[in-house]
Design a protein around this ligand. Structure first.
Ligand code: NAG
Ligand code: NAG
Ligand code: NAG
Ligand code: NAG
Length: 807
């Protein structure tokens, strides 16, 4: 801990030579480690220039900092990922660029998108460094290119982003705060080193109306405001000291919370360091975000996150230590040998390991690879102990879930209801302390304010050394090989992840427009119309394969990039309940998609035709759709929300297997990182209520649509029968719940004998449908749960009334 503390202390700059204020003229320069290494604002409160990183004299950061306080707190920086060596030079060049070059003259950083011709530069008293043109217009500002902090008077415009830094240096960190162009303020983690943004863990719900995030100087508060200046959401809570007596800043910290800090301007203090104090922070509980998305979250894999005064404390379970001892968010790894399934039998499981219970701990939505039921607690522990893949088991109500590393979403809360068991080394005499040893949360900018935390675990190196010294040569070789393999696999995975979007070209066939014109005989036979265009029947190639060719007509609005992204993701999906994409055409204005041809048409035609289709066939179709949706939601490399599930978009192949089609409206969390929306997507009658209620759009919108469709499948009628007018039966969802309450399922299925003969299944399907159409998204089950309930693997409990405000 002490070394960590020292390390953090050294993040503070040592004193730098500053040049007193004047406008910076073209040609002036600063040099890293040289006599003139910064320019001051007129009041002397802010400095712009070189700042040594970790007290090294060979690594400098081009930064802006509070210069009158001993901490010299940094509020902006340019080259966090590429520290500048001593002798690097920052120059306001004659031709108007702001350039940072190393001593060899190679570029390290330059100000991007300067909107005009620079005449001079200035460090302002607000903390904004500006480039100014001859009309005194600011044509570049550090305020418009923020790092991880905003200051009073600063405004975040639509499309702006703050990005956290690493806990120990100024490299890009794992969390982002963005004001999306749709008006929502969101916070999310990213998959370093790529920029892939995982699902947001905070959403302001100001989409459509949010316009700016304003840090008001006179009130020292931060709010989201609309275009006409009205305040939509005050982020600031509680009383905030005045900007006259205190310095203020709001920073997205590496631990995922956006925090407003304040600090008295007078720097006199007994220990020489007057700390910044925390005003408020959002969100209240970053640990409890139930991410369905992959990713290591705030604390890293295998960690346990808990909240202490609205801030996360990352800990490791017993006998686990931090991957990077200096970084509390780096995740955890076992500090004993967890043999996995390739161990060469140095002992039997019951000799090597034991299962320790972790109190109040859970890993919800982490990838369980197995679930067993009905099981006793003892069965569950044993099952994990003897299963070489298993690292953790959780148990509740006769259910046992088994997990292998890397587990996600680990958290410790008093209201956790599962029991968690961790496989640990049996010959470590660690006290059976069920609580995770917390690693200490440290905010680098608050030296001295660190909670006097408990002992930190051994570092990585001491663990490796201990293992190496304490075992045979043979064992060491295996151990080193394992590490090497691990690193290889990790890099391979990373590479795959980064390269994914471009791989579709190899998976799918690219057609010319002429090819498809020929195949469809000049777009003659129309099969149907989807949200995005008309579908035509076609014949391809030598084997006369039948295809469905969809001609997209809204490409201009959707944009080329979206077309490609959709294509790449949908091209990668393979599931027997999804329509397969065969190829595409992208030529000039033309955008076409080529799918397998489905001989039995749409589910709508099947259900709402003249004769009532077979009950068994209908239930099999319902199961198939559920499995297809589960795949889209949980099993693809990128989560896909279909957004337009309805019988017209379900096709039936030769064997009447249901195939989900028409992904034209689908939301891919790769492009729509935040799960928030700009416009309502979907079809009336099937759209989940949250589209109208400005709530985040999640996979649960598909669950809702599935519920409506399941009722249609059960009843063989449309969800809305307008010709029934004011009849109580007109709206299927209302009518269905009414019948259910009255115990009149027979009326609902209109005396369908087959269905009635199978009352158990009918009731089950029916209850699942009611669960799915719950107005409150969180009450709706996941598609995985739906599949389990439909198949009878899980009991279906009594669904509540679907509407929130009913008695
Ligand atoms: C900086 O330049 C501007 C425009 O030439 C001038 O108005 C201002 O007074 C100058 N400030 C200082 C401190 O020289
Ligand atoms: C830096 O300052 C020292 C002493 O103040 C002086 O001797 C030296 O020449 C200066 N170097 C430059 C590059 O101006
Ligand atoms: C900063 O720290 C991170 C994690 O500790 C490390 O991966 C990265 O290389 C460091 N960056 C620099 C510029 O040293
Ligand atoms: C800051 O708040 C004050 C008082 O509410 C208000 O008069 C002023 O217009 C606000 N400033 C900005 C930039 O919104």
């Amino acid at each position: 801990l002490f070394s960590l503390f020292l390390l953090l202390l050294t993040l503070q700059p040592f004193s730098v030579f500053s040049q007193s204020y004047s406008n910076v003229s073209l040609g002036e320069s600063l040099s890293a480690g040289g006599n003139t290494s910064s320019w001051l604002s007129p009041s002397g409160e802010f400095a712009f220039g070189f700042h040594s990183i970790n007290n090294r004299d060979d690594a400098f950061l081009l930064a802006i900092w509070y210069d009158k306080i001993p901490e010299k707190t940094i509020v902006w920086y340019a080259n966090g990922d590429k520290p500048a060596p001593k002798g690097s030079k920052l120059q306001l060049t004659i031709n108007g660029g702001l350039e940072l070059n190393n001593p060899q003259g190679e570029e390290i950083w330059r100000a991007q998108s300067i909107l005009g011709v620079v005449t001079y530069a200035a460090m302002l008293d607000t903390g904004n460094f500006v480039l100014v043109d001859s009309n005194s217009v600011h044509i570049w500002e550090s305020f418009k290119n923020p790092s991880d902090t905003i200051l009073p008077t600063q405004i975040l415009e639509l499309g702006s982003m703050l990005s956290s830094r690493q806990p120990t240096n100024y490299s890009k960190g794992r969390v982002q705060l963005r004001l999306l162009t749709d008006g929502n303020l969101v916070m999310n983690t990213v998959a370093l080193p790529s920029n892939y943004a995982y699902a947001a863990y905070y959403v302001s719900n100001t989409f459509g109306s949010g316009y700016q995030v304003v840090f008001n100087e006179s009130t020292a508060t931060i709010h989201i405001q609309s275009q006409n200046g009205s305040i939509l959401l005050d982020l600031t809570v509680g009383s905030i000291p005045s900007t006259k007596t205190h310095y203020h800043r709001a920073t997205i910290d590496f631990n995922g919370v956006f925090t407003q800090y304040a600090r008295p301007k007078s720097s006199s203090s007994s220990n020489g360091y007057e700390s910044w104090s925390i005003g408020w922070s959002i969100p209240d509980d970053v640990c409890s975000f139930n991410s369905q998305d992959v990713g290591e979250g705030i604390c890293g894999y295998n960690s346990i996150c808990r909240i202490v005064q609205n801030r996360p404390v990352c800990g490791c379970p017993n006998q686990y230590t931090l991957v990077d001892p200096n970084n509390t968010s780096s995740g955890c790894k076992p500090d004993f040998i967890l043999q996995g399934c390739n161990g060469n039998g140095t002992g039997t499981p019951e000799i090597l390991y034991r299962m320790d219970e972790l109190l109040d701990t859970a890993w919800p939505n982490s990838a369980d690879y197995q679930r067993r039921a009905p099981y006793t607690e003892a069965d569950c522990k044993n099952s994990c102990l003897y299963d070489c893949q298993c690292a953790i088991a959780t148990f509740r109500d006769g259910n046992c879930w088994k997990k292998s590393l890397q587990v996600r979403n680990g958290r410790q809360r008093s209201d956790v209801i599962v029991k968690a068991f961790l496989k640990v080394s049996a010959d470590k005499n660690t006290p059976r302390n069920p609580h995770p040893a917390p690693s200490v949360p440290v905010d680098h900018n608050i030296p001295g304010s660190n909670p006097n935390g408990e002992e930190k675990d051994k570092g990585l190196f001491s663990v490796v050394a201990a293992v190496l010294l304490g075992s045979s040569i043979f064992f060491n070789l295996i151990f080193l090989a394992a590490i090497f393999m691990g690193v290889l696999v990790y890099y391979k995975k990373l590479k795959e992840k980064v390269q994914k979007p471009s791989s579709f070209e190899t998976n799918l066939h690219s057609f010319t427009y002429k090819d498809l014109e020929d195949a469809t005989d000049g777009f003659k036979e129309e099969l149907g119309r989807g949200a995005f265009g008309v579908v035509y029947k076609g014949v391809l190639g030598l084997d006369s394969k039948l295809v469905a060719v969809k001609k997209l007509d809204k490409v201009v609005q959707e944009g080329d990039k979206e077309f490609k992204t959709e294509l790449s993701v949908i091209g990668q999906t393979h599931h027997k309940n999804l329509v397969k994409l065969v190829g595409f055409c992208e030529e000039g204005q033309h955008r076409l998609l080529v799918y397998e041809f489905m001989s039995n048409g749409t589910l709508a035609g099947f259900l709402f035709g003249s004769s009532r289709p077979d009950w068994n066939q209908r239930t099999q179709i319902a199961f198939g759709i559920a499995r297809g949706l589960m795949y889209l939601h949980e099993e693809c490399s990128v989560q896909i929300i279909h957004c337009d599930i309805k019988p017209q978009n379900i096709l039936l192949d030769d064997c009447y297997t249901a195939r989900i089609s028409d992904f034209g409206l689908a939301k891919l969390l790769m492009t729509d990182k935040s799960r928030t929306n700009t416009a309502i997507r979907g079809t009336k009658g099937y759209i989940a209520p949250e589209w109208f209620r400005h709530l985040p759009i999640t996979v649960k919108v598909d669950v809702y649509s599935f519920g409506v469709m399941l009722l249609e499948i059960i009843c063989c009628r449309k969800s809305v029968e307008l010709e029934m007018g004011g009849d109580e039966r007109a709206i299927l969802t209302d009518w269905a719940y009414y019948c259910y309450q009255e115990g009149r399922l027979d009326a609902l299925v209109e005396n369908d004998i087959e269905a009635m003969n199978n009352m158990g299944r009918l009731e089950r399907l029916f209850k699942v449908a009611i669960w799915c159409i719950q107005e409150e998204p969180s009450l709706r089950p996941t598609m995985r749960k739906v599949v389990q309930m439909l198949e009878g693997i899980t009991e279906v409990s009594e669904p509540p009334h679907p509407y929130l405000f009913s008695c």
